[in-house]
Design a protein around this ligand. Structure first.
Ligand SMILES: C[S@@+](CC[C@H](N)C(=O)[O-])C[C@H]1O[C@@H](n2cnc3c(N)ncnc32)[C@H](O)[C@@H]1O
Length: 240
């Protein structure tokens, strides 16, 4: 996968050179390039922003530097993602969809936002959530991290994302590691039983329980199996 990022703060993306995403770059599973669109500003002061027509507070990113920077990106038909609090809320499903693309281009805003004409370059407008950041960089970093870890072989054989929260439509079940007892708190017995079917059932039920208690909205979107329906009935009784 190739990722190009249009930004006026390329140094912020240094964080992607660490941990799993750093390794993915070292192993050539993903190539991440930044393009500083300030370098394309045609005015002497290298300004990339200007006052909004009609008045109002703040400055807007001008179209010209972004259009010219975009022209230099090589590739055919990349998905072009604009980071914008007014975009579609980012989800695990969107991360899965974008992880299958060969090339992604991110455009990071700043100041009060963009000249609307910049949106003609864009295929997807993505918001990280219902809050306003100072710029698109941190939002793009989070989105890129969520996408790249789904690219085949990035997580390696030891780790898997299939049980992650949201991948199955449920929140992830509680997990434990050694020691078996810590400060008087014991690991649930079933997890040390070696009975794989019982462990699978316990995990499914606890996933359902966590989702039922914290994110009942997710359950409404799921097609429940008979087993899930039975577990949910038990959970409703247990939690009453
Ligand atoms: C200060 S914000 C502009 C907010 C804009 N005036 C508005 O009300 O929608 C500057 C830039 O940060 C980025 N940004 C801020 N919040 C974001 C969010 N929740 N998701 C994605 N990008 C965000 C966008 O690129 C945005 O253009």
């Amino acid at each position: 996968m190739k990722i190009d990022i249009l930004t006026i703060f390329p140094e912020m993306f240094e964080v992607l050179n660490h941990s799993m995403i750093g390794k993915a770059q070292e192993n050539s599973l993903v190539e991440i390039n930044t393009v500083n669109f300030r370098a394309f500003a045609k005015n002497n002061q290298k300004h990339v922003d200007d006052y909004p027509y009609g008045g109002g507070a703040g400055m807007l990113l001008m179209p010209q530097p972004i259009f010219d920077a975009f022209e230099t990106i090589k590739g055919t038909k990349p998905r072009v993602i604009l980071m914008d609090p007014a975009g579609t809320r980012f989800t695990q499903q969107k991360a899965e969809e974008l992880s299958k693309e060969e090339q992604l281009v991110f455009i990071c805003g700043h100041y009060e936002g963009y000249d609307e004409r910049i949106k003609t370059l864009v295929t997807d407008e993505i918001s990280l959530g219902d809050f306003v950041l100072t710029g698109g960089e941190m939002a793009a970093i989070a989105v890129i991290d969520a996408i790249v870890r789904l690219v085949p072989n990035v997580l390696g054989q030891q780790a898997s994302h299939v049980d992650d929260s949201f991948s199955s439509g449920l929140l992830e079940y509680p997990q434990y590691t050694r020691p078996q007892e810590f400060c008087g708190m014991r690991v649930p017995e079933v997890l040390t039983s070696g009975n794989h079917e019982k462990i699978r059932q316990w995990r499914l039920k606890e996933s359902l329980r966590k989702t039922f208690k914290r994110r009942p909205d997710l359950l409404k979107k799921l097609t429940l199996t008979d087993e899930m329906t039975a577990f949910l009935a038990e959970i409703r009784e247990e939690e009453d």
